[in-house]
Design a protein around this ligand. Sequence first.
Ligand code: BG6
Length: 490
Amino acid sequence: MTNGNTAGNEAHLFVILGATGDLVGRKLLPSLNALIARDALGSNSVILGVGVETEFDDESFRVRCRKDLADAGIPQDQIAKTVSDKRIFYQTIAKGTPEDYKKLAARVEQVEKENGLPGNRVFYLALPPKVFPLAITGLGNAGLNKSKGWTRLVIEKPFGRDLASAQALNKVAHEHFEETQIYRIDHYLGKETVQNLLVFRFANALFEPQWNRDRIESVEITVAECLGVEHRAAYYEGAGALRDMIQNHLTQVMTLAAMEVPEAFQADPIRREKVKVLHSVLPINIQNVVMGQYAAGKIEGKDVPAYRDEPGVAKDSQTETFVAIRLEIENWRWHGVPFFLRTGKRLAQRSSQIVVNFRRPPVWIFKPFDNKEIQSNSLVIAVQPDEGFDLYFEIKAPGPGVQIQRSDLHFRYSEVFKPLPEAYETLILDVIHGDPTLFVSDSWVEASWNLYTPVLENKPTVLPYAAGSWGPAQADALLSDLGRLWTKPV
Ligand code: BG6
């Protein structure tokens, strides 16, 4: 976890495989640019873009990078600092043959030599997942898995599409790289509010004694998006919301919220405790899974098409764009406390939040004065947007009699701090520092797929929901035995 100390970042070569892809233009380059702007990348560090396109050379790749950064709204003077002939280069991997990887290895050495680099290397796989094994093998066989400095391999999500493929990918990765060299990305772990979960829990003696089955009734984790599938149907049709969001982002947040206190604030103890949570989750009862797909509707007053009418989507597609799921963690801390995970595209509002519902007062002595339904206290952690948290409690409304009203203690990052860094900036810095805390371990990824693969093999019917709604009404039934509904976003 980056400690904010960016001094002394070691000069390195940052190699991006898949350099002409969408992720690089949208996320990676702007984040590298932000790091360069604040001199955090290491002043002599160099970026080498690698792509299958043979028509690019160093200069035409720089032209493309300038355009991507301009499209991301970055000012010209800053673009000039990032995209210079000393900083960015391009090498084609053409068809990805062993010969092509040998050429890449030769180019890596040449760029390092010309720029006086010490041999520290990041290989960032921003590639379509189906070519991960090929790329890892290509790098390994060309000897690019080691160098005279350090070598780190960053693998984008999705890591596998079920348990067997994740295990196979881990096997290939381990054939060529040590686990300590491998950084599996889940960008949710780089979000400040997600990182803050551990500090919130373990730096405040106030909350931890409440954080268990005696005091907590249920936990809700929601990641709601207004966006639809956009231009990503080719990927999304084969993925769906369970693979795209639940298996990784929401389950990561769940394991951070539910884990035991690690013995130290270090990568290994933290990652171990997270895996233990997954091992305690009971096999998922398919009755506790609701899947949906958006039909046409309105988002922010504008008509939007149904998922099946989006470009590249099959007219009879059964891909889910919404999932709600109820999990039970069978350990001493959480026995009997359901964890609800929910995500969807084209929902009513963009909002990601964690809601901790505390147990209600066992007896309502105010009944003669205010016979309202007994409320529980709740803690709502707003992951995004408008990051912060609210602690809800009951107060007496001033005046005669006893009227009880809900109020809250409120904290917002924007009222205290400068804009938060992009998750990718944090994660790139952590790779350069060699800190794997915020990355996904081999055992976590396999334990997570182990949990969800049976659901994928036995998917429930995918129900339609109107774009702009909160998903299929059936998702509410998951909470019905608790006498509550999903908490509305703040
Ligand atoms: C990505 C998913 O991992 O996360 C996308 O592939 C999703 O489908 C995105 O839109 C959400 O990320 P964020 O940071 O915008 O919440």
